[in-house]
Design a protein around this ligand. Structure first.
Ligand SMILES: CC(C)(COP(=O)(O)OP(=O)(O)OC[C@H]1O[C@@H](n2cnc3c(N)ncnc32)[C@H](O)[C@@H]1OP(=O)(O)O)[C@@H](O)C(=O)NCCC(=O)NCCS
Length: 175
């Protein structure tokens, strides 16, 4: 467990997600307007059945951010996924085979801890047996260009943007 000192108190970062946090995850995915605007979590975490199916079918390592009482304040996940084909055509995209996601909820958003939470959990993941078993790999993430807070958080966590002058999506890469 890692502890973060923040303006809203000491928060805990842990690998994995408890049963009550799964309920909170489902609740936020179905009710938070920013999550709905920028993510497909409403589909991904529609209900417990969908969540369990995903858990079984996708290799993902989850990290949660919570307060003392275990209330879910944020989540990141990492795991193997190839880029969409249309990106793979570029030779310098080779080796980008790990993707990730970050969400902050309620009072934890907008207080400047996004890049700390992402950097801490990324570091945990890069040192995890899951990552090593998978044989390593570089990270990529595709997001809406208009998602300025996420782009900023990723840049502060060591990612660089690739196709910033093309389309409404932006590809962020990390060596
Ligand atoms: C992405 C997310 C985790 C960022 O959380 P956060 O750290 O609380 O973000 P903040 O509001 O503190 O903003 C981070 C930075 O972006 C900047 N920013 C925020 N909104 C901005 C905007 N509209 N225009 C320009 N910059 C903006 C902030 O000023 C801050 O910059 P700083 O670090 O230099 O001070 C959070 O917004 C979230 O959970 N969003 C919904 C889920 C999501 O979109 N995830 C990523 C999808 S791939």
């Amino acid at each position: 467990m890692t502890t973060l000192e923040t303006s809203i108190g000491k928060l805990k970062i842990k690998e994995g997600i408890t049963k009550s946090q799964v309920k909170e995850l489902i609740h936020f995915s179905n009710s938070d307007s920013l999550i709905q605007k920028f993510t497909t979590d409403q589909v991904r975490f529609k209900d417990v059945v969908t969540y369990n199916k995903r858990l079984k079918n996708k290799i993902r390592t989850y990290y949660t951010l919570s307060d003392d009482g275990g209330k879910l304040l944020g989540i990141t996940w990492f795991g193997p996924k190839n880029m969409p084909d249309w990106f793979d055509k570029k030779p310098d995209y080779e080796g980008y085979i790990i993707t990730f996601a970050i969400r902050l909820y309620d009072g934890a958003r907008g207080i400047g801890i996004g890049h700390i939470f992402l950097s801490e959990t990324l570091n945990l993941y890069l040192n995890s047996p899951q990552y090593k078993d998978h044989g390593g790999g570089k990270l990529w993430c595709l997001l809406e260009k208009s998602n300025k807070a996420a782009v900023r958080v990723y840049k502060k966590s060591g990612f660089r943007s690739y196709n910033k002058n093309e389309g409404d999506k932006i590809l962020m890469l990390r060596h």
